[in-house]
Write a protein that binds this ligand. Structure first.
Ligand code: SF4
Length: 440
């Protein structure tokens, strides 16, 4: 609990002063100070923080859109290993970019990222846009993302307001948590008040430790360390951190909140009703075959004009109604639940009972031209849907990538020949059309 929680009178006076018209100067100053003191101590160590590379900030911000930090970390590390610089991303085929994105969902983000990398290298001579206004001209970058990149990578004084930040500001100021145009305009106004001006550089920060390692005695023997400061970028990241770790949607941790004294609601707010999850049952075919010592798996390619995940590879879907007869007598080899946006999919995976069992294959309603035999050893380089990847890994058809701790600085400095070698090391997927039917 923070020391200021005991300052009851001060707290009430400060809270009362936060009017629905915004914050006054002293409140703004108090908010910034308390927020940054907390952030310096409690910020999570994330691989994209403290990295002075707009490309990396950009990739992390795109990955974080509507995706939890925990799900992003491993994908981010893998993506940076595969595409360590803007030019590597721009030169890669789209399928490789989608393969590296596989499992993160919202694949349009990866396509837009790829297009934007090609635009920057092709049309801007490789120069990354450095202002929020310029950044918004890139595919896939909207108001929030442009502000986040411009402030974090370039120090621009512009507020980045995502859902988390909006929630914090509505609760702080006592506004109802409802998405109205007036509410959004108000939030933008308060966020703009709070974000500090552009200050970038380094400062000496006191550590309170003498050169010999003992506690300072107040005799001028204190020693500091040099830390990088980016006032606007740090503030925006601290706001996001507060929304993600303290001012949680359902149960905010108000007693641990650094701006508790300034907050009008302190947990006594109305929470927007949770949108109802729909549920659907689906089934897929898992079919494997051997060619000499090579194992292959049958995959379907989603149509290029599909509204969801166009062009991605998945296990061939089995229509539940048409194939019910065939499947009621079989046990699925796997049952799994998979959530996509507000739908919960209850998934059953069926496999043929032996080489002669072609009942399931015949039930697949996909044209032969869209079915492919893929070597299981190359699945890591195939743009799989998140569900296909989950199923193939659970059934040990696809290797699970081991968790790695990548030294990002070393990655940044990797020489071009090293990168080229690494790119060649990635096995190219062997994708054959479904020419025959000898399934098992
Ligand atoms: S006191 Fe509670 S409701 Fe207010 S900003 Fe902090 S966590 Fe959110």
């Amino acid at each position: 609990m923070h020391e200021w929680l005991g300052e009851k009178d001060d707290a009430i006076a400060e809270a009362a002063a936060v009017s629905s018209e915004g914050l006054d100067q002293s409140e703004v100053a108090a908010f910034r100070t308390r927020l940054m003191e907390w952030y310096r101590v409690h910020a999570r160590k994330l691989p994209w923080r403290g990295v002075a590379d707009p490309y990396k900030t950009w990739v992390s911000e795109i990955m974080l859109q509507q995706t939890r930090v925990a799900a992003v970390i491993e994908h981010y590390l893998h993506f940076m290993e595969r595409f360590p610089a803007l030019v590597a991303l721009a030169l890669a085929p789209e399928e490789e970019v989608l393969a590296a994105w596989s499992g993160l969902g919202y694949y349009r983000r990866a396509r837009m990222l790829h297009k934007a990398a090609q635009f920057i290298t092709g049309e801007r001579g490789g120069v990354f846009p450095s202002t929020a206004v310029e950044l918004r001209t890139l595919p896939g970058i909207g108001e929030y993302t442009s502000a986040a990149i411009a402030s974090i990578a370039f120090g621009e004084s512009v507020a980045a307001v995502d859902g988390n930040v909006e929630r914090v500001l509505l609760r702080l100021t006592g506004r109802p948590e409802q998405a109205t145009a007036a509410g959004r305009a108000f939030v933008r106004m308060v966020a703009g008040q709070l974000v500090p001006g552009r200050t970038m550089g380094t400062v000496e920060r006191q550590t309170g430790v003498t050169a010999k390692g003992g506690a300072a005695q107040g005799n001028g023997a204190r020693h500091g360390r040099t830390v990088a400061v980016n006032a606007a970028g740090d503030h925006n990241q601290a706001m996001m951190e507060l929304g993600a770790t303290i001012c949680l949607p359902r149960a905010p941790l108000c007693l641990e909140c650094p701006v508790y004294a300034l907050c009008r609601t302190r947990g006594e707010h109305e929470t927007a009703p949770r949108s109802k999850l729909r549920s659907r049952e689906v089934a897929y075919l898992l079919s494997l075959r051997k060619r000499s010592v090579v194992t292959q798996v049958l995959l379907a390619k989603r149509p290029a004009d599909a509204s969801l995940m166009p062009g991605m590879y998945e296990l061939p879907p089995l229509p539940l109604d048409a194939a019910d007869d065939a499947m009621t007598e079989r046990e699925p080899v796997l049952r799994v639940r998979h959530a996509i946006t507000n739908t919960s999919y209850y998934v059953r995976i069926y496999s043929p009972l032996g080489p002669g069992d072609k009942v399931l294959r015949r039930a697949v309603p996909i044209a032969k031209n869209d079915l492919y035999w893929v070597k299981t050893s190359t699945l890591g380089a195939v743009p799989l849907t998140g569900l296909a990847k989950k199923v193939l890994q659970r059934l040990d058809v696809m290797a699970v990538r081991p968790l790695r701790r990548v030294d990002l600085e070393a990655e940044t400095q990797a020489t071009e020949p090293v990168r080229k070698k690494r790119e060649r090391d990635v096995p190219a997927p062997v994708i054959d059309h479904d020419e025959d039917h000898d399934l098992f």
